[in-house]
Ligand binder design. Structure first.
Ligand SMILES: Cc1cc2nc3c(=O)[nH]c(=O)nc-3n(C[C@H](O)[C@H](O)[C@H](O)COP(=O)(O)OP(=O)(O)OC[C@H]3O[C@@H](n4cnc5c(N)ncnc54)[C@H](O)[C@@H]3O)c2cc1C
Length: 397
């Protein structure tokens, strides 16, 4: 990170920041920048901040980054969510393969915390003034000019900013203008997920269950607090097409997981069909660079992964903290973005490579970027990797 320049305050460096996307990454970055007095506006294409039926697991690296931004947020998340203390790995029949106590709290100062996506999004959004989030604002492009960046929206609106951040997810429009790397790639897996109020004797409140079939199928059950269980399932599928009808989707899940041990069938049967989200899983190979001029990327727009390690949102929190730090300490936007890339690209490449490796996902063998990441992750044992992953501390923590 560059030397702190006392004559240059972050406000002078970038007094108007535009973030595209009010997902977990965009909201977190807006919180971090506004805390530094940087005028930050978030533009979201959706008409309302609406939760996708899902839960998320947050790990010490993500939680410590959030804590550095706002310790109160982490406390709110802990009150709203549930902590995993025992991880149960089971066969599809329900037979236990392994039980591992989770010791992250003792080792890294933060737990393995599970929470409903809707609660997480609400808690992050509550830290921002309402007028800082512009809904129904779909970004369609931007141009750099002498004054900074002019951002274009579908309804004809134009916004002038000193810095533009694409936090607009895996199908990022900002990334397309910056990197021009086309559509994300289908991973060969379909996923289903839902959050449901549910009680079952096999589901302990501080336990997470991972059930694995021998044909690429997996089913996860996680307590996400307030009596809700998040279940998510995945199976190999050559076809990325989703069904249009909710009842058919529910029947498909029951069929794919027919014969699996309880509580798999029981919880799917108890879930309202309209609450089940069916999605193909996509990712992209790692990038060497993701900034140009006064434009950069954050979160899934920069480094989408197959959800194997549960690191997508955690990495977005790390990005938000680091970008805020880089903007606070650099003497120009260009040096801030160079420091941001320096602090983030290698780490996220390794996590992308490890996710791909554990998700049995192969990237092009001739991709130098990927091979470097693989080489590094391949040298680390599981425990070394976890230590490297969870003990992440921003340079200033
Ligand atoms: C099944 C599944 C399970 C997962 N589990 C975990 C987990 O346990 N832990 C974890 O850390 N991560 C997990 N992830 C990954 C995590 O959900 C993502 O990494 C994270 O949501 C990325 O946040 P983001 O803000 O970068 O992108 P998003 O959450 O995708 O947000 C992007 C936002 O940008 C908006 N947008 C898009 N285009 C435009 C546009 N043109 N103009 C304006 N707005 C736009 C979108 O509407 C959206 O609100 C999981 C993912 C999946 C699919």
């Amino acid at each position: 990170m560059s030397e702190n320049n006392p004559t240059q305050s972050p406000v002078a460096l970038a007094s108007r920041v535009a973030i595209i996307g009010a997902g977990l990454g965009g909201l977190t970055l807006a919180l971090a920048l506004r805390k530094q007095g940087i005028e930050t506006q978030v533009y979201e294409k959706a008409r309302e901040l609406r939760a996708v039926g899902a839960g998320l697991t947050l790990f010490p690296n993500g939680l410590n980054s959030l804590r550095a931004i706002d310790a109160g947020i982490v406390e709110s998340l802990k009150s709203a969510g549930s902590q995993t203390r025992m991880l149960n790995l089971k066969k599809s029949t329900g037979e236990i393969i392994m039980q591992s106590p989770i010791t992250l709290l003792a080792k890294y100062g933060q737990p393995m915390l599970n929470i409903r996506w809707s609660r997480l999004q609400e808690i992050l959004a509550a830290g921002l003034p309402k007028e800082a989030i512009h809904l129904n604002s779909r970004c369609i492009g931007y141009q750099e000019n002498d004054q900074g960046v002019e951002v274009d929206f579908e309804d004809g609106k134009k916004v002038q900013a000193d810095l533009l951040i694409g936090a607009d997810g895996i199908n990022s429009v900002v990334r397309q203008m910056l990197i021009k790397d086309g559509s994300p790639r289908y991973s060969g897996r379909l996923s289903w997920r839902a959050v449901v109020k549910y009680n079952h004797e096999l589901l302990g409140s501080d336990e997470s269950i991972f059930m694995l079939g021998n044909d690429g199928k997996a089913f996860t059950l996680i307590d996400v607090g307030d009596g809700y269980i998040f279940w998510s399932a995945g199976a190999l599928s050559a076809d990325a097409n989703c069904l249009q009808n909710a009842v058919e989707v529910k029947s498909r899940v029951l069929e794919v997981f027919a014969g699996w041990g309880e509580p798999v069938q029981a919880i799917v049967a108890a879930t309202d069909a309209n609450e089940i989200v069916e999605r193909p899983i996509y990712d992209r190979p790692p990038l060497e660079s993701w900034s140009q001029g006064r434009v950069t990327l954050l979160g899934d727009a920069a480094h989408p992964v197959v959800p194997v390690l549960g690191q997508g949102a955690n990495m977005a929190f790390e990005d938000a903290w680091e970008l805020q730090e880089c903007l606070s300490h650099a003497d120009s936007i260009e040096t801030a973005l160079a420091s941001y890339e320096k602090s983030r690209i290698h780490r996220t490449q390794v996590i992308q490579a490890r996710s791909a490796f554990q998700g049995a996902r192969s990237y092009d063998a001739d991709s130098e970027t990927f091979l470097r990441g693989v080489a590094e992750q391949a040298q680390m044992s599981q425990s070394e990797f976890e230590d490297w992953l969870y003990s992440y501390k921003s340079t200033s923590l």
